[in-house]
Design a protein around this ligand. Sequence first.
Ligand SMILES: *Cc1c(COP(=O)(O)O)cnc(C)c1O
Length: 397
Amino acid sequence: MSAFENYQKHLQQELDEIQSAGLYKNERIIVSPQSAAIKIGSGQEVLNFCANNYLGLSDSKELIDAAKEAMDTHGFGMSSVRFICGTQDLHKQLEAAISRFFGTEDAILYAACFDANGGVFEPLLNEQDAIISDSLNHASIIDGVRLCKAVRYRYANADMEDLEKQLKMAQAQRFRLIVTDGVFSMDGNVAPMDKIYELAQKYNAMIMVDESHSAGVVGHTGRGTTELFDLRGKVEIITGTLGKAFGGAIGGFTTGKKEIIDMLRQRSRPYLFSNSIPPAIAAAGIKMFEMIDKTNTLQDKLHANTEYFVSKLKAAGFDIKPTQSAICAVMLYDAKLSQDMASRLQEEGIYVTGFYYPVVPKGQARIRVQISAAHETAHLDKCIAAFTKIGKELNVI
Ligand SMILES: *Cc1c(COP(=O)(O)O)cnc(C)c1O
């Protein structure tokens, strides 16, 4: 047998195991733009409740126009990393818009937030330092921390007693950085940034927050957890994505203290060794910040929609995780039930996803609903009615 034949057999075995464990991921095809109502491969029209399209900007005419115009004025691709010949005026303008939005000193763009998180720790900290990380932080933070030589501490999700314990141990190191997601994607809970800030002060630590699910969503004007907890300018590092609320295309960023961003421009590997984002994406990003700076309409609508949806679903008798974001976890506790319910809901024209172990802890299966400013009250009502109907049918309520 050739080397590949042996390996092929090995891979097929593992793939079969994934299949039989019920963990095989199938991609569901959408044939329309991303929006509140979408058309799927089967031709069925469904209401979408599982995109990160929080502000409903994924099919925004203004953003599409801005992107088209930038293709005409600035071309299609950059064919370069930023520091060789890949920086246009648009990239600098977008970085300035990001800093303005978050009230920070500077910002640096990446191809994705996965890269921002992958490239933030290693250049800033070494074996003399400590990273104290929430146990539910995003995979990209976990990978980024792995690439860094700092001593690692981990605390239970949003558990401030545990964080304090870890901070005490971390006094042995030179510099300390507490790292947390702003919103945790499976429950929709917000990191207790007020308490994290207090502990950081007490134990001489810096803070990094990943606002991927919170930027555009959390806080009165959607400026994230630092707005919600009145900590603007007080957190050293913020990372985030342009791939969720901010238009949903692609792109990530790190923003915060000037010297930190400056050092990332010198040493951050995904920045130094990966291509510049395309002009169309940069221009649409600039336009997007302009739009959500000018009026709070989308943020207000998202907040009102979320409040409406959660209160109606609770009133119908569903068990919902406490949420401060646009993520609403409808708890079912049973893996099979979560799959059955999701597929019955799709038959009713409601597009949602059931999550179960290992994506969430054993016995914590759920359907995660994501609310958007693109949803009209009629969409929400249809979703609530479908949940109520199927919930009764499956003896959930
Ligand atoms: C989605 C997400 C990312 C990845 O963002 P991309 O720009 O898609 O790479 C990183 N961190 C968190 C917390 C996320 O939710």
